[in-house]
Design a protein around this ligand. Structure first.
Ligand SMILES: Nc1ncnc2c1ncn2[C@@H]1O[C@H](COP(=O)(O)OP(=O)(O)OP(=O)(O)O)[C@@H](O)[C@H]1O
Ligand SMILES: [Mg+2]
Length: 293
């Protein structure tokens, strides 16, 4: 998906250039045809995006138009509309329409797609999900072509955020939101932005597999007890989540525990604001070992 997004941009930037796709039939092309990968790139081969019925194991590449999502939401909060929209994909991926495995997948998918719809200021969201039932594992990719995370956090007066990389670390702190207090006061009580979506989802995916965010010129990966920072580049925001769902109920209970611990941590952070980038790094380092990059 990452490569596909890059190829799409390249093709858009060079519309007079003829791009030729040369493939041999293989297991990969069969799968790529099915999920709509080539159509997503702009080639007339395989299924249209969103066309393949998600098999038992994966969703096709699904593309949402952000303006259409917002229009369709009408008077209801866009987050609530997104939650409804991604239900079917969460069912496909978890192969259930209720229960803890469904809840795990639905939570992660919803929070990250919501972010793209609510904050990205882009035009499109693309996602792809795959599950490996025998391994009890799912992987979800959500990406948008918006302004990136840092653009939304530079102006936040509670943060001393000066670089793109710092912004990624701030975004996964509890209580950090790019939405102004004035705007939040206008929001629906249940769906208002409190800055916990990325914190909970990143911690939760790290505990159960992997959370990776790439936005602007940097990437940040959390997996197990290890964090890795990497120079990378993505115009917009790209999130990869890998989740094990064996013993799903126990894992699901962690969402509430993480939210509670996040609230306490946020209270502590606020005692000394603006929150410095070094504080964000320290907090992260207290949970995750840093690998050299
Ligand atoms: N896809 C994205 N594009 C641009 N900015 C983003 C994106 N995802 C997150 N952000 C920025 O990171 C901030 C933190 O995200 P997070 O999900 O933790 O909080 P929130 O969405 O503001 O609140 P909540 O998730 O509790 O509703 C967002 O407020 C936004 O400024
Ligand atoms: Mg959010």
């Amino acid at each position: 998906m990452f490569l596909a997004a890059k190829i799409r941009i390249l093709m858009k930037q060079h519309q007079k250039t003829k791009f030729i796709l040369w493939t041999k039939n293989s297991q990969f092309t069969g799968w790529a045809d099915h999920i709509g990968l080539f159509r997503f790139l702009g080639f007339k081969r395989g299924n249209e995006t969103g066309a393949a019925r998600g098999s038992t194991n994966y969703t096709p590449i699904t593309v949402y138009d952000i303006a259409e999502l917002r229009d369709a939401a009408g008077d209801i909060p866009v987050g609530k509309h997104v939650a409804k929209t991604i239900q079917g994909l969460a069912e496909n991926l978890s192969q259930q329409d209720k229960g803890p495995v469904f809840d795990l997948v639905e939570y992660s998918l919803r929070e990250i797609v919501r972010n793209a719809a609510e904050h990205s200021r882009g035009t499109k969201i693309a996602l792809l999900g795959q599950c490996w039932p025998a391994k009890k594992m799912a992987e979800i990719i959500v990406m948008d072509n918006g302004v990136g995370i840092a653009e939304n956090l530079y102006e936040n007066e509670l943060l001393e955020c000066e670089t793109n990389r710092e912004a990624l670390k701030f975004a996964i702190l509890p209580g950090v939101t790019g939405v102004s207090l004035d705007d939040r006061l206008q929001q629906d009580d249940h769906w208002k932005n409190s800055g916990f979506g990325m914190f909970v989802t990143s911690r939760f995916c790290a505990e159960n597999g992997l959370f990776r965010v790439v936005s602007g010129a940097d990437g940040l990966s959390l997996g197990g007890e290890v964090q890795t920072e990497h120079p990378w580049s993505f115009k917009g925001t790209f999130v990869q989540m890998r989740l094990s769902f064996g013993d799903a109920q126990r894992r699901l209970d962690r969402i509430d525990e993480l939210t509670d611990s996040g609230k306490i941590a946020f209270g502590e952070l606020l005692k000394d604001h603006p929150i410095r980038a070094s504080t964000a790094s320290k907090l992260l380092a207290s949970q995750f070992l840093k690998t050299p990059n």
